[in-house]
Ligand binder design. Structure first.
Ligand code: G3I
Length: 438
């Protein structure tokens, strides 16, 4: 089967520092010591592309007139999901009368800006139009399948992957299917939807998408896993599993996250993180974002990450400030942690002119942070450091460092091959990059 613009993939790239210990232990063990990002991506999608992945966001159609919103979305993301505009109530408001105007607006914006699209969603118990909410039985089954066929046909050739079915399982310990009107049409409704979607758009990847499926020990995770295993064994056309990944203090990123993603991937499907947001702020939020990013990068079949909105103020739970940009459009600490983690895929970049340098984020304060550099391969080195944005240097140690903004030059001052600088962030918390020449 041919696929629409599959993301570039590098084979067998694995990170070694996998999530370990309790959820709280995510802090401090992940991703510090990312290597020098020679040729590093300076945006989320460029950095993700280094390991053949995408980095996406949900877009709300009514925000496309907001210049700050579209400029961040265009710059940082290359996979777009309509937050509400392709759902059942939006696309089939009256039975048999389809309205694709709002969905088309987002798809057109994405494709005309060189991005791909995740379709969300064809069959769901929630956000059903009124006429569907009142339906049951065979009438509903036929209406649902017609909806899948019509919507997937309308967008044929434009969708990278569809969330064919969304949130079909109960929360809690039962491991049961959610008792919805769709479920009451018969337990085979999910596979029926997948067959209809495949027929309507043979080139789109077909995903099952759900939340609270992150912890490998949870009954809901295992129930979804069992369904996917069953589908794969019987040849039901499923290509991918979407992990929504809505986290907060009561539901933090679990220590088993990488294991969960890997176990699903081992069934022979791709995995995608589809609606990531993590309530919180500062370092603890940033470390959890980094943990999710690292878990995805550690699973070869994890194709990419989408966050569920651009700025905190755009979020469906804005009060939890769960995204990567603040309400004024500034990059948050979480942004730079994600960017650095994505850039760590450039690990193993060959030394330039006989030496290499690794760059590590160290202590942080409210307005500044330390960066340390370790040179290998030469004792007569020069390291060129590229600061990010309007960052400036407050201080340097164990090397002669020339310059204070933009590109700095560091040379040995008799204190060995490891040195450091203190950087004023001035709103940009991304890690500087560095190259070494010997
Ligand atoms: O468009 C109307 C507007 O006309 C009206 O004035 C306003 C008054 O409340 O409501 C607007 O509609 C809201 C819509 O978002 C657009 O903002 C709906 O009430 C509101 O229910 C809807 O919420 C969406 C929610 O899904 C509905 O289930 C969120 O934006 C959207 O982020 C959220 O997304 C879901 C995913 O699809 C599935 N996974 C969970 C995720 C978060 O809940």
């Amino acid at each position: 089967m041919t696929r629409l613009n599959p993301p570039r993939r590098t084979s067998g790239r694995r990170l070694t520092g996998i999530l370990a210990g309790a959820a709280i232990a995510l802090t401090g063990v992940l991703g510090l010591g990312a290597p020098a990002a020679q040729g590093a991506g300076s945006t989320l999608h460029d950095a993700a592309a280094e390991s053949g992945r995408y980095f996406g966001t949900a877009i709300a159609g009514y925000r496309l007139s907001d210049g700050q919103y579209t400029s961040i979305a265009d710059r940082e993301f290359d996979m777009i999901t309509a937050e509400n505009e392709m759902k059942l109530d939006a696309t089939e408001p009256q039975q048999g009368t389809f309205d694709f105007a709002a969905g088309d607006q987002i798809v057109d914006w994405a494709l005309s800006n060189g991005k791909q699209v995740r379709g969300h969603t064809l069959a769901w118990h929630s956000q059903q139009p009124q006429w569907m909410q009142n339906m049951e039985g065979q009438q509903l089954r036929a209406a649902m399948l017609n909806h899948v066929t019509q919507v997937a046909s309308h967008y044929r050739g434009q969708i990278y992957s569809w969330d064919v079915v969304n949130e079909a399982f109960e929360d809690g310990t039962s491991g049961a299917r959610r008792n919805s009107n769709l479920q009451r049409t018969g337990g085979d409704w999910i596979e029926a939807a997948f067959y209809a979607a495949r027929q309507a758009d043979p080139n789109a990847k077909l995903c099952y998408n759900d939340y609270n499926t992150d912890n490998w020990e949870h009954a809901k995770t295992r129930a979804v896993y069992d369904m996917v295993a069953d589908f794969v064994s019987r040849g039901v056309p499923i290509d991918c599993v979407g992990f929504q990944a809505h986290f907060n203090s009561g539901n933090p990123v679990p220590s088993s996250y990488h294991e969960t993603l890997q176990n699903f991937a081992d069934l022979g499907v791709d995995v995608q993180i589809t609606e990531l947001d993590i309530e919180g702020s500062g370092q603890s939020q940033a470390e959890q974002f980094r943990g999710v990013t690292q878990a995805c990068m550690a699973v070869t079949r994890c194709e990419g990450i989408s966050v569920w909105g651009v700025r905190d103020s755009d979020s469906w739970r804005a009060e939890g400030t769960p995204l990567l940009f603040d309400g004024s459009g500034n990059e948050k600490l979480a942004y730079s942690y994600v960017l650095d983690q994505l850039n760590s895929a450039s690990e193993g970049t060959p030394p330039v002119d006989g030496c290499s340098v690794s760059v590590t984020r160290a202590d942080e304060w409210g307005d500044r942070f330390n960066v340390t550099f370790a040179v290998e391969g030469s004792s007569a080195w020069q390291v060129d450091i590229q600061l990010q944005g309007v960052q400036s240097v407050q201080n340097a140690w164990n090397a002669d460092v020339q310059g204070s903004t933009g590109t700095l030059t560091a040379t040995p001052n008799g204190n060995g091959d490891a040195f450091g600088i203190t950087v004023y962030a001035n709103g940009s918390w991304s890690l500087p990059t560095a190259t070494c020449s010997g």
